[in-house]
Design a protein around this ligand. Structure first.
Ligand code: FE2
Length: 686
């Protein structure tokens, strides 16, 4: 299957590329001398297909508004066999970033690239890899990562990833990095204002021009604000090295726009109309992260050209909870993030956007928030299901009130549309992609976790709390992602089951913790019916639940043993929270008393979490996936809390390495994970 120059040009025009076409190999014609200081954010490549990839750099100039760089692509690291040589415009309109689509490449090949200005000042050399052809049966290796806060941590995980990859056999080296969001945190702390948070030192990242202040956070409101954050993040040496080594495939989570925002509403504490802010966030994302995402301004890779937008309150919502307001629609459609990639015979990667189209948060009603105040972070699962279902709950007959023991509050979602994270249009596209997929593995790359996070406080012994948790109700904690998008999740999993789709697996981020298990619509007492695998990768650096609880959980709370088990010798507490989600309250209480793991696990509640094989709310690191025609291997590489940058070439020690293996199942069969600890101590995660 050979792509023609003509069809490449057509494809390139469709995504608006500055493009270069490959010719015969020859020596470099460029006088290149490396000046990394003139390319302060390094180089990158993105979204490879079998014949093309987008290359990226940033070369700011003090004078002029538009200048030309030369980009070269070679078959060797020394640039003796240069196969593409082209011009790459940089302009102040795109904050001096450059994108070039290189076409005519060979499939499943490694290439090297570099940029040079007219004075011979050169970028560092980057390396990229094209995708295999759709019928190529070779093994696919990728890593999925998320949440790289460099304001409060360091990216030792990338250093470890690079170190191991350089030493891995060729067939096991990573083909690409899938970044599932929180590439930046738009909420920026200044070290002179905040010295520490939890275990963290606050490091200088950026100064936000024309931003707002929300608590300790400086938040951008303009494109220059977001650009400042990207520049600060990309100054990180480990992130730069990772981008120079592998192509990245990237989707945003919440923090690329706004911490608690959704659609075009900006929210950091207080919500406000943020149409122009969403466009600014999209523009900076597009400028700094090379991808094939479609922008509304049409076919040019040179600049984003934002649509004209006014910030106005959204007053009308359609039947799917989409804000029916022209500026809102223009803002969220200014850049389309969802897309899919075929990668050889074994992978269809389907990527979705979890924030631009979602409906309003159904769980924000403060009245229901007062249910069970003695039970930290816990929310009655049955009430969560009612609120999630909105007016469609119970076949369109939602209850007028929701209850917890004798407390009754009006059902705030009785007339609201059922919760959707994907939104109607994206969901239709997503379902179509699933139905059409012919690859062995259909991997849903989404920024948010989909595994239920629940506990069984109904099994607590009497007397520990004043109020008793309702006997027939589980608790969900916390709420907000696909783990509590019961209705939408069931719709997707229902399609997977009904269309007899095998090899379905979810990889996600956002939770700042490692999870491995099964995609199931329901849990006991409902029907546990897994249709696929589901994973959450830990944060690369951002602080997680256990770090927060170590600092904030009240010492005298009678339910503390469900989250932290205090050792009599005063050592750091054990993370029983992992055990709470996997085995339940009885195991936690036993463990916190005796520290006898076997006895604690013997009290496991088998109906609590048949969907979970592994959960570590204190982990950091990355997850490596290896796909073949009959197996999916997912390896969690966990590193210690990344508080300071390791100067070691391997990025510092590892805490544990755990492998989750699943054989490809036939339609109608149940997927089955086998979990094995390859090295280190996983604590209470199993
Ligand atoms: Fe995050």
């Amino acid at each position: 299957m050979k792509i023609s120059r003509r069809s490449f040009l057509k494809a390139a025009t469709a995504i608006g590329a500055s493009l270069a076409w490959v010719g015969p190999a020859r020596g470099s014609r460029v006088r290149w001398h490396e000046r990394r200081d003139l390319y302060p954010q390094g180089v990158a490549s993105g979204d490879p297909d079998p014949h093309s990839v987008i290359l990226w750099t940033r070369r700011p100039f003090a004078q002029g508004t538009r200048l030309l760089l030369t980009v070269e692509v070679a078959e060797d690291e020394a640039f003796r066999r240069v196969i593409a040589h082209a011009q790459a415009p940089v302009s102040s309109a795109a904050d001096w970033t450059a994108r070039v689509l290189i076409g005519g490449l060979k499939p499943a090949r490694t290439y090297w690239y570099r940029f040079t200005d007219t004075d011979g000042n050169g970028s560092r050399v980057g390396r990229t890899i094209t995708a295999p052809l759709p019928n190529d049966r070779r093994t696919v290796n990728f890593t999925f990562v998320s949440c790289q806060d460099v304001n409060e941590g360091s990216l030792n995980a990338y250093r470890r990833m690079i170190y191991e990859d350089e030493r891995a056999p060729a067939a096991e080296q990573l083909d690409f990095v899938l970044h599932l969001g929180d590439f930046i945190y738009e909420v920026v702390e200044y070290p002179e204002e905040v010295k520490t948070r939890y275990d963290r030192t606050i490091y200088e990242v950026a100064r936000i021009p024309d931003g707002l202040k929300a608590g300790n956070f400086h938040v951008p409101l303009t494109v220059d604000g977001y650009r400042a954050v990207y520049k600060g993040y990309l100054a990180d040496p480990d992130l730069q090295d990772a981008r120079a080594r592998w192509p990245f495939v990237v989707i945003w989570d919440n923090h690329e726009f706004s911490w608690q925002g959704w659609q075009s509403i900006q929210k950091a504490g207080k919500a406000r109309p943020g149409q122009s802010i969403k466009v600014a966030a999209n523009q900076a994302w597009w400028e700094y992260l090379p991808s094939r995402c479609k922008k509304v301004s049409g076919p040019s890779l040179e600049s984003f050209d934002p649509p004209a937008i006014t910030n106005v309150a959204i007053e009308k919502w359609d039947e799917n909870g989409l804000g029916d307001e022209p500026n809102n629609l223009a803002a969220i459609n200014s850049l389309i993030g969802y897309r899919s990639y075929r990668y050889g015979k074994h992978l269809d990667l389907i990527i979705t956007d979890q924030h631009s189209y979602r409906s309003a948060d159904p769980f924000s009603d403060p009245a229901a928030g007062a249910f069970g105040p003695e039970f930290p972070g816990m929310f009655p699962e049955d009430v969560a299901q009612v609120l999630d279902g909105g007016r469609a709950f119970n076949g369109g007959n939602p209850p007028a009130e929701v209850s917890f023991n004798s407390a009754l509050v009006p059902n705030s979602q009785r007339n609201a549309p059922p919760q959707t994270i994907l939104g109607a249009e994206q969901k239709a596209w997503f379902k179509d992609q699933l139905r059409k997929s012919t690859a062995t593995w259909k991997i849903w790359g989404n920024s948010e976790g989909a595994l239920d996070s629940r506990a069984d406080p109904q099994n607590l012994p009497p007397g520990l709390t004043k109020e008793t948790w309702p006997k027939t109700t589980y608790a969900t904690l916390p709420i907000g992602d696909y783990g509590t998008a019961y209705r939408e999740r069931a719709e997707i999993y229902g399609l997977v089951r009904d269309a007899k789709i095998t090899g379905f697996a979810i990889v996600s981020g956002d939770r700042h913790s490692f999870w491995a298990g099964y995609a199931t619509s329901e849990l006991p007492p409902g029907k546990f019916d897994p249709v696929g695998l589901s994973f959450v990768g830990a944060s690369l650096s951002s602080a997680g639940t256990m770090e927060a609880q170590e600092h904030n959980f009240p010492k005298t709370d009678p339910l503390r043993p469900l989250f932290l088990a205090d050792r009599p010798d005063g050592a750091k507490p054990d993370w029983t929270h992992n055990m709470l989600l996997r085995h339940g309250v009885r195991s936690c209480l036993e463990y916190a008393k005796s520290f006898d793991l076997q006895r604690a696990r013997s009290l496991s509640n088998p109906n609590l979490a048949p969907h979970l094989e592994f959960v570590d709310l204190g982990g950091h690191g990355y997850a490596k996936v290896r796909l073949t025609g009959n197996e999916m291997r997912t390896e969690f590489v966990c590193i210690p809390r990344p508080i300071t940058r390791s100067e070691r070439p391997d990025g510092g020690p590892i805490r544990y390495r755990v492998l989750h293996t699943a054989a490809l199942w036939k339609s109608g069969e149940r997927p089955q994970l086998k979990t094995s600890v390859l090295e280190g101590d996983v604590g209470l995660a199993i």
